[in-house]
Write a protein that binds this ligand. Sequence first.
Ligand code: ADP
Length: 253
Amino acid sequence: QMAQMLNYMCDELELLEEKRRKFVSDASHELKTPMAGIKLICDSLVAAENPDPAMVKEFLGDMSDEVDRLTRIVERLLVLTKLDAGGNSLKLEEVDIKMLISQVVKKLTPIANAKDIVIYVDNHQTEFSPILLDYDKMYEAIYNIADNAIKYSPEGGFVHIDLTADNDCLTIKIEDNGPGIPEGERDRIFERFYRLDDSRARDTGGTGLGLAITKEAVLMHNGTIDVANVSDIGSVFTIRLPYKITIGGQNEK
Ligand code: ADP
């Protein structure tokens, strides 16, 4: 029996190691792309004789965009690394969920306005019991989903956030009228670096890490997340968070 257990542990370790290797390799690949872009621009500037100042300005602008992209990837990798540290790193506090959602909406309103998208929030109760959450981690988790909802919806579209609660759990639904997500891809989009349509995601400046961060944060709170399509327009992401959370010895209402 001891041998069996050791075997099992070895398999688990090997799986973890394989995952880690894939993560490092994917991350390196993602970082290489913008770096190659920067290198190319530098080289052509160095090679150009008497370059036109307008062209130089344009190239520097492109370079700045690539640096922004690198920064975004590195920032998100750091967030993921922190989440990997596990449940003990949760800073739990009693959170007013309506307040958290309104902060997310406030932050996203300018981006939504620029695309003529309306964000509306439905609170099915006037009061929600305070819920124990790590405010910053859950803010980021919900922000990522709402940000995607805006990013992948067409101009003039909508984002609908819906809050409900029962005794055990709080449910947050975020619906959009973007292209929706094909059934076979609904698990994969939560994987690190996974994007549905590479070129489209690149146009929107996506890193493919947002949903991985969201999922990890939700799981750390003992919650669940899933996605479905709404009839034939758009997708709806559903986050469920239990009022009772059991993490690293903390067990409270
Ligand atoms: P990204 O930074 O590329 O948006 P995410 O991890 O946030 O990365 O999302 C992964 C992929 O899932 C996206 O590239 C996109 O293809 C798809 N996706 C996420 N949210 C939506 C949505 N609301 N509608 C359609 N597709 C989506």
